[in-house]
Design a protein. Structure first.
Lengths: 218, 218
DNA sequence: TGTACATCAGTGAACGCGCGTTCACTGATGTAC
DNA sequence: TGTACATCAGTGAACGCGCGTTCACTGATGTAC
């Protein structure tokens, strides 16, 4: 057995406490907002002294970065799982919505107001790029059934983000469109901009999805 | 002359100082984020003592609410101005994008991560509803040229948000779609999610707009 | 199985800091007669 | 024009608070022989 799988009781305990700290951090995030996230408050809730948390996180910033990393990783896993049965945009979209509604503050950790001056570490941005792959698979457009738009030709030359994925420009465009449209409907819903308006946000979301997968006008 | 227009020097001075406080608050917001917005720091920048600001704002929360109110009012004015020459969705869309890019943190004051527990006062939410009118005008769909979808019939019965606007369900749907799609593309751009991806966000935005105003497939 | 040592989780005291907010005050500006 | 008074902007001291973080320490857990 390689040392990879070996885990001492101490390591297991460490991982457990780290997880509990993050759990309380997420709760604080959901209850009072990101600005109120404090190590001392978390420690108090856990029945520990403040400095004890420094055994587990080097600083408050490291904790927050870890929460962001977890959020990205969780979304990436959700996408991968939804794509396991084959490329399927509706499956991806509903997985995204379910994931977002399950705890909205985690969604805003990724897609919310950016903090001026904050730059996510490389491993986090690489997870973000990883999310694109299942989306591109699900957005594959069979033949060039539509005339190339100026944006398509632009995408032909600006496809670094596809990360080697051999998608046609129309597919690239469709992936970006799916991303922005679903995010648009979802983020307004999660932020509460639809509350009091009367209509059912889910119907708007699925209407957007239907339009993406094949508008009735076609 | 009614007392409405009369403005004493003192009143003018007050308005000036209030405006300057808000200017510094916006700068702090853009530089350090919402959590770092502090009355003491603003006072220091203005060469005043901390308590002096309490002549102008009853509390930190009132300042923030005022900034949010200003943001909504500014967006509503921008929309009204863009619609002055008649209903025109592209004009509205480009006005929105220009307004948002002019200072992104103001956009996020409205559409960014919601603060748990914060509820905007009624006058602010009424400005938010006011913004819908020009959008509905610009999204008018001539006849029922498309078969009614389930979402259309749902909107028929859930149109409180239209605030008496006599728009057809297809128009209501188109307005919601325009809102969410433009917001989706814009918010991801402003939050920096497209940086490093290579393509030009403006082309994506206008592609979405083109699709809204009349897809080439039709 | 027992002893000696190393590792490491957690504590309590302490640091300096900046925050929002109150209060009693000074001094300048405006108003009434 | 001058005097008496009211209004109000701004100050400085003070309040209690919670924050992130450091440090030297205690005591429990694990390791080596």
């Amino acid at each position: 057995m390689a040392d990879t799988g070996a885990e001492t009781p101490r390591e297991r305990y460490r991982a457990q406490v780290r997880a509990e700290i993050k759990k309380h951090a997420r709760e604080q995030l959901a209850t009072a907002g990101a600005s109120a996230l404090s190590l001392n408050a978390i420690a108090k809730r856990m029945g520990m002294s403040g400095p004890a948390l420094y055994r587990y996180f080097a600083s408050r910033d490291e904790l927050i970065t870890e929460l962001i990393r977890d959020a990205y990783r969780s979304l990436a896993d959700t996408f991968r799982a939804a794509a396991a049965a084959g490329p399927d945009l509706p499956a991806l979209a509903h997985a995204l919505r379910g994931w977002a509604l399950h705890d909205p503050h985690r969604y805003f950790l990724i897609y919310g107001t950016p903090v001026p001056g904050y730059h996510a570490p490389d491993d986090v941005t690489s997870i973000a790029r990883e999310i694109m792959a299942p989306l591109l698979d699900a957005c594959a457009v069979p033949p060039p059934d539509t005339p190339a738009t100026p944006f398509h030709t632009h995408l032909e030359d600006h496809r670094q983000w596809a990360d080697g994925h051999p998608a046609a420009p129309a597919t690239l465009h469709r992936a970006l469109t799916a991303w922005t449209r679903l995010h648009g409907a979802l983020s307004l819903e999660l932020a509460g901009h639809f509350t009091g308006m009367g209509f059912d946000p889910e119907l708007l979301f699925t209407a957007e999805l239907d339009d993406l997968t094949g508008p009735p006008t076609r």
